[in-house]
Design a protein around this ligand. Structure first.
Ligand SMILES: NC(=O)c1ccc[n+]([C@@H]2O[C@H](COP(=O)([O-])OP(=O)(O)OC[C@H]3O[C@@H](n4cnc5c(N)ncnc54)[C@H](O)[C@@H]3O)[C@@H](O)[C@H]2O)c1
Ligand SMILES: O=C(O)CC[C@@H](O)C(=O)O
Length: 630
């Protein structure tokens, strides 16, 4: 063979995520009583062979005998292996097709299952070097071809010596026997492939680590499906975001760091410098000052509904998309509000406190049913309108007030003014959003308009209510009871003390901003937000972004996708297209959407293009960010 480059890939735990013989054991032994024990034995032999601590050929024979596998089991094995091809191998078919003559599978596994799994990727059957099974008269696997050097100790070295490849040889594998090829001087580079398993003994000796195939292709300037390996993209998740988010980002290969609490502005300014994706909840303030330091930031995920903690405008000008979970915890807030309305109507918390102190205060005084009472919802958005439906189901009469026209649900009655609502209802509940202009929205004047003895709830944002005015209204008896979940200042971590003037007041339910803190909501959010962000990173789609013009375009095959974010001034689209035209780049599809501040263009171009155009697109005046996605 004579070619300038050869790529030698291991099969088990490299091309596929699993060890095929372990899997064959699972299939063949499924009806055997001692299955678990035998599988453990097989795994232990596999691992000790892989990290170089025992004789490979002896181990192979032992495993074959333990397996008790039959020819008929191979079809199921192949089907499962096809599903378990490593993610980064699956997405880089183009590399295999382009280098079809130079890619060799060198494995101590068996051709019977390797060939059908690798050939759909363009790998030639004659380039698969592996063992072959021997079957007995009943079709059971009884051994293997012992003449094949790959069944022997140092088999890969023996094979490579025989092949005598002329050119640069790259080896990718998870096992010590893969490393030995380089150690024997038969390869230029060995990459420990750690996407599926990182074996300490192998990682220690490897000069290069490939957390996935993307990284290998990137480092060696080879064709890859995505433009940049995900393992180089850093994600920072703050404020105890649910672990499912971490798992989702990791599954796509991102480098993820998590922290339990929020960070202060100064801490975040330092930490944000090399972060590409930031995940927060309601506490972390992402200010313009933070964003100035965020040189690599692509996207911010608010793992909640509210986004008032983020300077959305500054993020927009910096070309940073913001995503939230607009309705993942809606139901949780509504359920808490409903429960609190009932508890407050019955003085449950006050009576419970008394009981804890040994006082039996059995009386109906001041306790009422919620049926037929008038509930006033301020802010008839997602939460307000859902509360409206459930409160009506309990027999409450619902009134609402919103600054914009809203669909009236069920029998809810719209109030033309805030005052009209306040003067009508027995329970006032706030569900407005946290926009800056809502700061101090509910103060002395609003409390004055409420009916004497009414109940008040705030589960929206802390800065919306003037706390001294609420305290005064409670102390004077104007407000009979209150439930407050959100505060102008909230502790950054669970270790910090909560100091607030509402502490100690009777019939006041205080909760630590847990309206949306249910397992269901947090799991929903942890799926919703990473999915939106990863979709943006992978395809450029901005569907449901809080600050960006929303674009959703299907991905084209055989195309590169460019995204261009620019200040919304005349002529940018023309400049983009003139740069493409002057470099003879064929446009396959294009979409521009603007808002008042920025323009966002997705352009799909032909696979073959003049690389010079990329620099020209980056330099177009008014450009905020330019990226080639794939
Ligand atoms: N306590 C929690 O854990 C928790 C959980 C989720 C959401 N929230 C908060 O709840 C609030 C509502 O969430 P949502 O999903 O229903 O938001 P939403 O955007 O769907 O609804 C907000 C509604 O308030 C209206 N509004 C805004 N300002 C107003 C004003 N001054 N007067 C009257 N109406 C006004 C808007 O027009 C909109 O209809 C937000 O502040 C959110 O941050 C809190
Ligand atoms: O979980 C949080 O920190 C915030 C919950 C809530 O206020 C929201 O905006 O969704």
């Amino acid at each position: 063979m004579s070619k300038d480059k050869y790529f030698i890939l291991d099969f088990d735990s490299t091309f596929t995520q699993v060890e095929a013989l372990d899997l064959l054991g699972e299939i063949a032994l499924q009806h055997t009583e001692s299955k678990e024990q035998i599988l453990e034995e097989i795994k232990a032999i596999t691992n000790s062979g892989m990290d170089g601590s025992s004789s490979f050929s002896e181990g192979l024979l032992k495993r074959i005998h333990l397996l008790q596998a039959h020819k008929k089991h191979l079809q199921e094995l192949i089907g499962t292996l096809e599903d378990k091809v490593s993610d980064s191998i699956k997405r880089n078919k183009a590399f295999f097709e382009e280098y079809t003559d130079q890619i060799l599978i060198v494995s101590s596994g068996f051709k019977e299952f390797i060939v059908p799994v690798v050939t759909p990727y363009g790998i030639k059957e004659e380039n698969v070097y592996a063992n072959t099974f021997v079957f007995d008269a009943q079709g059971y696997i009884s051994g293997f071809d012992t003449d094949n050097e790959l069944s022997q100790d140092k088999g890969k070295i023996k094979l490579l010596q025989k092949l005598a490849l002329q050119g640069d040889v790259y080896v990718l594998g998870d096992g010590y026997t893969d490393y030995e090829i380089k150690e024997a001087g038969l390869a230029n580079k060995f990459y420990a492939f750690t996407e599926n398993i990182a074996r300490d003994k192998v990682v220690e000796v490897a000069e290069h680590i490939a957390p996935n195939l993307d990284e290998f292709l990137y480092q060696n300037n080879l064709p890859m499906t995505i433009s940049y390996p995900k393992n180089r993209i850093k994600v920072l998740l703050l404020e105890n975001v649910h672990p499912s988010a971490l798992a989702l980002f990791k599954q796509e290969g991102y480098q993820v760091e998590t922290m339990a609490g929020a960070l202060s502005e100064d801490e975040l300014c330092e930490k944000i410098k090399d972060i590409a994706i930031l995940g927060i909840r309601s506490k972390t303030q992402v200010t313009a000052k933070v964003l100035q330091q965020a040189n690599r930031l692509i996207s911010i995920g608010a793992f909640c509904i509210g986004t008032n903690q983020i300077d959305l405008e500054a993020a927009l000008w910096a070309g940073i998309t913001v995503f939230n979970a607009p309705f993942s915890n809606t139901r949780s807030v509504v359920e808490l509000a409903l429960g609190e309305i009932i508890m407050l109507s019955r003085n449950v918390f006050e009576k419970s406190m008394k009981m804890h102190q040994g006082n039996w205060d059995k009386s109906a005084s001041g306790s009422m049913e919620v049926r037929d009472k008038k509930l006033g919802i301020i802010g008839y958005g997602n939460i307000g309108s859902q509360l409206s439906v459930l409160a009506e189901a309990l027999g409450m009469q619902v009134y609402y007030y919103d600054v914009v026209e809203k669909l009236q649900l069920g029998n809810a009655r719209k109030c033309e003014t805030l005052e009209q609502l306040l003067e009508t209802v027995d329970v006032v509940t706030l569900h407005v959003d946290g926009r800056e202009s809502n700061k101090g929205f509910f103060g002395e004047e609003a409390f004055a308009h409420m009916k004497p003895g009414a109940i008040f709830l705030n589960l929206s944002r802390g800065h919306i209510v003037d706390l001294p005015a609420l305290t005064q209204a409670l102390k004077s008896g104007k407000v009979a009871g209150a439930a407050v979940d959100v505060f102008p200042y909230e502790p950054a971590t669970n270790q910090e003390e909560f100091t607030n003037e509402l502490r100690g007041l009777p019939n006041v339910i205080l909760t630590p901003h847990i309206g949306g803190s249910t397992i269901e909501a947090q799991e929903n959010i942890a799926r919703f937000v990473p999915t939106r962000i990863m979709q943006y990173i992978n395809t450029g789609n901005t569907y449901q972004s809080v600050n960006f013009p929303n674009i959703q375009l299907p991905a084209l095959k055989n195309a590169h996708r460019l995204i261009h974010i620019h200040r919304n001034v005349p002529g940018v689209l023309a400049s983009i297209n003139s740069a493409l035209a002057s470099n003879q780049v064929n446009i396959l599809g294009q979409y521009l959407k603007t808002n008042e501040q920025i323009g966002y263009v997705i352009t799909d171009i032909d696979k073959a293009y003049n690389k010079k155009v990329i620099e020209e697109l980056r330099c177009i005046p008014a450009t905020i960010k330019f990226r080639m996605l794939y």
